[in-house]
Design a protein around this ligand. Structure first.
Ligand code: CTP
Ligand code: MG
Length: 247
């Protein structure tokens, strides 16, 4: 069995607010994308890497990855698309014929531990075709009522009405890496391709495209170290995590 990791790194990092694309922002001297690529390699279950780069930065991204002694698997860098979904789709087109399992991971989650990467990939290899890591949520989560014309006319801006409260025990905050049988992931992206063009319609994770096919998705335990760097506050926090060397 041969596993490809698609490492998404084509975003701009608008909410983080650095001058660099987020994946190239150094965390303790090492770009986020390299932290993630090193951990994928260290997992021992990834045979090849396809990295999505922002348009115009394919060769910069290649330089970063090619010269790293800890990234010992073959790396291909491709230009990403306008959304994460289209970037993953672009990455999938570069999977070699012998690939049967694909793990999709975000450079924005630089500290996802090797054991967690193994957990999702090995669960796919054991026969579950779509496997994602999830963490129990500690907040109570509300679903809002859509702001229809009637609602909009009576509610001031910034005030929403609650429609429902899902049982917290059944909620999971999901992370990457997410692992899939290759054929299933290709089918899911093909079926959902029309959504990929804009952020408003694009899937925010790959599992939701599989769910849209009506196929089962399975959850295994996630890891707090796989937190996503979105804002400057996240960056501050993850630097602390790394300093404490909790790899
Ligand atoms: N990503 C990508 N292609 C895009 C958009 C995002 O490959 N067109 C990647 C990002 O590089 C990141 C992951 O998808 O690793 C998750 O996206 P997000 O956290 O939203 O990162 P950015 O899009 O870079 O950040 P922002 O939305 O704040 O601009
Ligand atoms: Mg984004």
């Amino acid at each position: 069995m041969t596993t490809l990791a698609i490492l998404t790194a084509a975003g701009s990092g608008t909410r983080l607010g650095f001058d660099l694309p987020k994946a190239l922002v150094p965390l303790r001297g090492l770009p986020l994308v390299l932290h993630a690529a090193r951990r994928l390699t260290a997992s021992g279950v990834v045979d090849a890497l396809v990295v999505t780069a922002p348009n115009g930065l394919v060769s910069v991204m290649s330089d970063v990855l090619e010269h790293d002694p800890h990234v010992s698997v073959p790396v291909v860098v491709v230009a990403g698309g306008t959304t994460r979904q289209s970037s993953v789709a672009a990455g999938l087109t570069r999977a070699r014929a012998d690939i049967d399992t694909v793990v999709v991971h975000d450079a924005a989650r630089p500290l996802a531990p090797a054991a967690m990467i193994r957990r999702v990939v090995e669960t796919v290899k054991a026969g579950h075709q779509a496997v994602i890591p999830g963490l129990a949520v500690t907040d109570t989560v509300k679903i809002l009522a859509p702001r229809g014309p009637a609602e909009g006319s009576t509610l001031p801006a910034g005030v929403d009405r609650v429609a429902a409260t899902p049982a917290r025990t059944l909620l999971r905050a999901v992370q990457t890496p997410q692992a899939f049988d290759r054929a299933l992931l290709v089918r899911a992206h093909a079926a959902g391709a029309a959504r990929a063009r804009t952020e408003a319609t694009a899937a925010t994770d790959d599992a939701s495209l599989v769910e849209a096919l009506g196929e089962d998705v399975f959850v295994v335990e996630g890891d707090e170290l796989a937190m996503k760097v979105t804002t400057a506050r996240d960056f501050y926090y993850i630097e602390k995590l790394l300093t404490e060397d909790v790899r």
